[in-house]
Design a protein around this ligand. Structure first.
Ligand code: GCU
Length: 635
């Protein structure tokens, strides 16, 4: 197996193989995934034997374990890992490596996917990876395949070890060159798919709805026979090359991408067209619900972007073919630091839904800031502040945060987000702190208690810290337009993008109530509709998402809106400085390069947090004229 070990080992350093090294292992079964299990065991220092084993991997487990589940039983002299299918044994192996407890383990959802927003060509604005903060693409550089397959294999292995089983290789915004991955550049996809296949990861492609037009047809109308035949033919060719191809991912009628609306057709017509082409081969289409008016007039307060996905898609419930998966962002806006759960989730009982998270930290510090996202994801999954995603989602997806950076993720601590995504997608009930602890144990083998506790001090609360010094109380955005890094309170306020905060001298926030606003609160089931509708009951963190409130309004926590803004911004920036202080104590505990990289990024985080604090506080002081009760400096 040709795995490039020159990149950072992340959660699979050599030391993690200690539970395996020196053991006599018997593996029964055949096939490519079993070969991978054997190769991993050998590389981990085990001896493969016919009998006399003290560790056994075998099929014949309870069929109820499904295609990927497994069971671990540790006896006095022998440990047995059983599965009903080879993929389960591979998961079982990685589970053993991380010292998973005895018992039966099954994934919560069948598909756990990462979506890359990688371009083949360097896009003039977005670069090689759209919203990528970890260097270039692992797959392409400046229009050509990198062919760094050892690195791809190392990546596939990391994904498999945290439970991921599907990947979309290219950006959802499909430009002209990338559209050719489906046709004359399919060989590049096949080469990558071979690496992922060994680790049980199926490859998917983002495709453009206008692909038939780009390839010479006069139309892409989903009900036109020529279009139907074009997709059927192209899809057949894809499967001739890649019999285990996963399917298509589509961003249609969204932010300028082509879609069925051009032809007066519905999103069900569009999705079903592709689903029809994929169905004979067992593929699926992931059809994104990120559809909204991005040419809105900011003067018009009746249009509410937060309603858009729900308004477009719920009327289509039941109209999609079985192999359509509607892919919904976790929140109704766009991956903000704090949003309620998207009301579309749970509102389409007759449709398969995938929930999309953003591991790449577009709005959460761009991998320059430490922001461990698992607490946010967990709270959304379990429904701490709204309807739970768990149970409503048939699949989980995360936009990837990796690139060709030596640490994979730019910020070494951002590796924890990818790891935690995989683990939470497998088991929604895991505790984010426990997942972090697991990640620390794997990534820093032999971590001292001081290292462990310091990493927890830096990371456990980092999402809330980030929230404190950025846009307040769920109002969102306030970032610099375009690249989305750093504060710019009015940056999007008078633009067509539908991302407003409506601050004036009296108050701030978006009235989404049924009584006086856009009525978005009414899209939720009870008790949430009433909870969000009521100013008194709405969680503080979402107060300005659902309500326009006067600065003097007293929140549930007893402070006024304006004082809450000041207090959290002073606290958040101070917490960032404290995080840096904690990290600087670790110089002797972690490898020098990693220490330096994190230290450098924390210095930027501290600078940026102070900038956020001062801009947000100054803005609201100037708007409201209300001084800080504690007389701290506001400019
Ligand atoms: C965000 C992001 C875009 C991306 C879009 C999407 O708006 O800024 O770069 O294309 O989400 O998810 O489609």
């Amino acid at each position: 197996m040709d795995i490039d070990m020159s990149a950072h080992p992340a959660w699979l350093p050599p030391e993690v193989w200690q539970p395996i090294a020196g053991r006599r292992v018997r593996v029964t079964g055949d096939g490519p995934l079993i070969d991978t299990v054997r190769a991993e065991l050998r590389a981990g220092g085990a001896t493969l034997v016919g009998d006399g084993a003290d560790l056994e991997f075998g099929l014949g487990g309870d069929p109820a374990l499904g295609g990927e589940g497994f069971e671990i039983v540790r006896g006095e002299t022998r440990t047995v890992v059983r599965a009903a299918a080879p993929h389960g044994l591979l998961h079982g192996l990685f589970a053993l490596v991380r010292s998973a407890p005895d018992g039966r383990h099954r994934p919560a959802v069948a598909r756990r996917m990462v979506d890359h927003w990688d371009n083949v060509d360097v896009h003039p604005v977005m670069g090689q990876v759209e919203r990528g903060y970890a260097g270039g693409s692992l797959f392409w550089r400046a229009g050509v395949p990198r062919r760094d397959l050892g690195r791809v294999a190392a990546y596939a292995r990391l994904l498999a070890a945290c439970g991921v089983n599907a990947i979309a290789l290219n950006n959802v915004n499909v430009h002209a060159t990338e559209a050719r991955l489906l046709t004359d550049r399919l060989a590049e996809v096949a080469e990558l798919a071979a690496e992922f296949r060994r680790y049980g990861i199926r490859v998917h492609l983002s495709v453009s709805f206008a692909a038939p037009v780009q390839h010479g047809l006069p139309t892409a109308d989903p009900l036109d026979d020529r279009v139907v035949h074009w997709w059927a033919r192209v899809t057949r060719t894809v499967y001739d090359t890649l019999p285990d191809f996963g399917g298509y991912l589509v961003k249609a009628d969204s932010e300028g991408q082509p879609g069925p609306f051009t032809y007066g057709r519905t999103h069900a017509d569009g999705a079903n067209l592709l689903a029809g082409a994929l169905a004979p081969h067992g593929g699926v289409v992931h059809w994104r619900a990120f559809v909204y008016n991005h040419r809105q007039d900011w003067r018009d307060r009746s249009t509410d972007r937060a309603r858009a996905a729900h308004d477009h898609f719920t009327p289509l419930d039941g109209a999609f073919r079985d192999n359509v998966v509607v892919q919904v962002k976790h929140g109704p806006m766009d991956f903000q630091t704090r949003e309620p759960v998207a009301p579309l989730i749970g509102a389409m009982p007759g449709t398969r839904l995938a929930v999309e998270l953003q591991a790449t930290q577009e709005y959460t510090g761009q991998q320059r800031h430490v922001c461990y996202l698992a607490p946010m994801w967990s709270s959304l999954l379990l429904g701490h502040e709204g309807p739970a995603i768990a149970g409503a989602a048939d699949e989980m997806v995360a936009v990837a945060n990796v690139g060709d950076d030596p640490f994979w993720t730019g910020h070494p601590l951002a590796q924890a987000n990818l790891y935690a995504y995989g683990r939470l997608a497998w088991d929604h009930t895991l505790d984010p702190g426990a997942v972090l602890d697991e990640w620390i144990g794997l990534t820093f083998p032999g971590a001292s208690p001081a290292l462990r506790s310091t990493l927890h001090a830096v990371m456990d609360g980092s999402w809330r810290t980030y929230e404190r010094y950025t846009a307040p109380l769920g109002v969102g955005f306030m970032v610099r337009p375009g690249h989305h890094y750093g504060p710019d309170v009015d940056g999007y306020e008078y633009t067509p993008w539908g991302t407003y905060h409506h601050a004036d001298r009296d108050g701030v926030g978006v009235d989404r109530t049924m009584a006086t606003g856009t009525g978005m609160t009414g899209l939720y089931p009870e008790p949430w509709a009433s909870t969000y509708e009521s100013v008194a009951d709405c969680p503080d963190e979402l107060a300005l998402f659902f309500h326009h409130l006067p600065y003097g309004h007293v929140l549930r926590d007893g402070t006024t809106v304006i004082q809450h803004i000041y207090d959290t911004h002073f606290a958040g920036a101070a917490e960032a400085a404290a995080m840096r202080g904690h990290w600087l104590t670790l110089e002797a505990e972690v490898p020098a390069e990693l220490f330096g990289r994190v230290a450098e990024r924390l210095a930027e985080q501290v600078r940026s947090a102070a900038e956020w604090r001062d801009q947000i506080n100054a803005y609201f002081f100037r708007k409201s004229g209300v001084p800080d009760r504690h007389g701290r400096p506001i400019y």
